[in-house]
Unconditional design. Structure first.
Length: 202
């Protein structure tokens, strides 16, 4: 991942890090993006993905959960929403579950993206993008199907062929996951484009 990031011109991005978040801010942002990491995943595992969002004119804050488990304090991350611009939330795996909990009933959030994840709370009033992967064995397919009761008519499901659960981040193989047929860079590239297309859609 470091090599991939080194190839990016990040001079337009201001980075701030505290014990609870890492923020990537730009001049004249289009929206504020709150990112919730997967369970027990280092928040910096999403650096390549979120830096690319910032390079496309989005402020991004990656929540750093207590003990790397956002589910322990599901509403804590909501303090990083911005009431001066649109707010979009992205969550991976367990972080996606938490993203649905934060979004449910929260009028500040208009778009929700779940990566290898599913909602457990009603987000039917949000525009929702569910990104799955062909070899994602970290996903409970029945739970995913059942969870569709929580999304409204305005949702899209996109499956990444050849991808797996771990490559929604950049932290290496994950126990119990399927073996990807595409590289982490290729999966991340697809995810980034899907996010940008979704954020920019009316």
């Amino acid at each position: 991942m470091t090599t991939a990031i080194d190839g990016l011109d990040t001079s337009s991005i201001t980075v701030e890090e505290t014990s609870r978040m890492v923020s990537y801010t730009v001049d004249d942002p289009l929206a504020n993006v709150l990112f919730i990491p997967g369970g027990l995943v280092n928040p910096h595992s999403y650096d390549y993905l979120v830096i690319n969002l910032a390079l496309n004119q989005y402020n991004v804050t990656v929540f750093k959960p207590f003990f790397d488990l956002a589910i322990l304090t599901p509403n804590f991350a909501s303090r990083y929403l911005d009431d001066s611009m649109p707010n979009y939330i992205v969550g991976h795996s367990l972080g996606g579950v938490v993203a649905s909990m934060i979004s449910s009933g929260n009028d500040l959030i208009s778009k929700v993206v779940l990566l290898g994840s599913y909602p457990v709370k009603d987000i039917s009033d949000k525009e929702t993008l569910l990104i799955t992967a062909e070899f994602d064995l970290g996903m409970d397919e029945q739970a995913f199907t059942d969870s569709l009761q929580y999304v409204g008519d305005n949702f899209t499901i996109v499956n990444i062929e050849g991808g797996n659960h771990a490559q929604f981040g950049w932290y290496g193989p994950q126990k119990g996951d399927g073996e990807a047929l595409i590289s982490t860079l290729e999966q991340q590239t697809q995810v980034i484009q899907l996010l940008l297309d979704f954020f920019q859609s009316e």
